[in-house]
Design a protein around this ligand. Structure first.
Ligand code: FAD
Ligand code: NAD
Length: 328
């Protein structure tokens, strides 16, 4: 019997690779340090309902991704989201409608990763600290001192800074991953018992600590009450305020939100802050995925292409394709 393929990371890149390999008849085994799947596409359950704190929506431009998103829609995992979009520049709020089709997981972003994972074998709350090759097979070591394996191949599907250490067996790949700079994002959620008196449902922002705000209830399948908003700080502001206490971040971003939204903003009934340390690659790349095919070690993630959901999914497909081509 062939040993399974290990996949480290159950974000959309790892799940994309897992689906492709499973569909080709290979056994996969997934690992994630978090308690659930989705990575930066996950949703957080809170006292104010489910909140999409990471990816807000996604667009599909590559034909392969357009096709798969269509399938997700047919299965009820994804729906289009057509918010009343605004732009805020130099403190001036103005409507900014466009024709772009935008997608969200339904009824929450994590619906997609949950469905893609399905019944595939997975170890959650399992942080992999080392990937090593013994004889003809791979083994993984986790932070609790357990080892896992044997595996025929390993796909590392984590953000680049976390991937470089796991790729130590292939110094070339580790070096490429180590060269990728990833920017942080502070995310804040605010809930209001009385809905805000505004038409804004999504807003692109310049000249502010914030670069994006979204009204949760405007997305399909979300609760209507309370009126929850997700605020994202810009990369620059997040980098400069990386180690600020969560309460202080909430205070700052709540203030910036009240300044730009153009209506009275009462004290929120619920607040939450989350720091994404590796939110987005500082620049896009054209790598597809990284591979040392002779060794059987691969890396994928949004940082190999564009720092978007589509880029991450395509990168996972590329890692799987290269692995399958090498086997053939
Ligand atoms: P991830 O989703 O980061 O998955 C990596 C997984 O690896 C995680 O689950 C992590 O827990 C796990 N992991 C890491 N290290 C280890 C380890 N040592 N052992 C085990 N597991 C490990 N994209 C869009 O297209 N549209 C948007 O609107 C958008 N907004 C965003 C807003 C924010 C705040 C953030 C943070 C991202 C946003 N993105 C957006 C980007 C998008 O979320 C990512 O491009 C995409 O989700 C990345 O997927 P991935 O699988 O490459 O990585
Ligand atoms: P998209 O086409 O909607 O947006 C791309 C960019 O175009 C936006 O960032 C915005 O600057 C501009 N834009 C688009 N429509 C606009 C409008 N109607 N009015 C004004 N400006 C508009 O989506 P995409 O290309 O799939 O990009 C994904 C989104 O995810 C981007 O907004 C990106 O900033 C965001 N993102 C955020 C993080 C983070 O950490 N905060 C990480 C990755 C991606």
């Amino acid at each position: 019997m062939n040993a399974p393929i290990a996949i480290i990371g159950t974000g959309i890149a790892g799940l994309s690779a897992a689906q492709a390999l499973h569909a080709a008849g290979h056994d996969v085994e997934l690992f994630d340090k978090s308690r659930g799947s989705g990575g930066r596409m996950a949703s957080k359950r809170s006292d104010a309902g489910s909140l999409d704190l990471g990816a807000q929506y996604f667009t599909a431009r590559d034909r392969r991704f357009v096709e798969v998103v269509q399938q997700w829609q047919n299965r009820g995992w994804a729906e289009t989201w057509a918010p009343e979009l605004y732009n805020s520049q130099a403190g001036q709020l103005s409507p900014s409608p466009d024709e772009q089709v935008r997608w969200v997981g339904a009824p929450r972003m994590s619906a997609i990763s949950r469905a893609l994972l399905g019944a595939l074998p997975v170890h959650f709350s399992c942080r992999i600290t080392e990937v090593f090759r013994g004889g003809s097979h791979w083994s993984l070591q986790d932070a609790d001192g357990n080892s896992h394996g044997p595996f025929s191949h390993v796909i590392v599907a984590t953000p680049a800074p976390q991937a470089s250490a796991l790729l130590a067996c292939a110094p070339k790949l580790a070096g490429v991953a180590a060269s990728v700079v990833m920017e942080p994002t502070w995310a804040v959620a605010l809930a209001f018992d009385t809905p805000l008196d505004t038409r804004v449902e999504g807003c692109f922002i310049q000249d502010s600590p914030l670069d994006w705000v979204a009204r949760n209830r405007s997305k399909p399948g979300r609760d209507n009450h309370p009126d929850t908003w997700v605020l994202h700080a810009s990369s620059a502001w997040s980098r400069q305020h990386l180690d600020l206490a969560k309460e202080t971040v909430i205070e700052h971003l709540h203030g910036a939100f009240a300044e730009l939204i153009g209506c009275a903003v009462p004290a929120p009934s619920f607040t939450l802050a989350h720091r994404w340390l590796y939110a987005r690659p500082a620049q896009a790349h054209q790598w597809g995925a990284l591979a040392d095919a002779d060794l059987g070690l691969y890396a994928c993630g949004d940082w190999c292409l564009s720092g978007r959901v589509e880029g991450a999914w395509l990168s996972g497909q590329d890692a799987a394709r290269r692995l399958l081509e090498h086997l053939a």
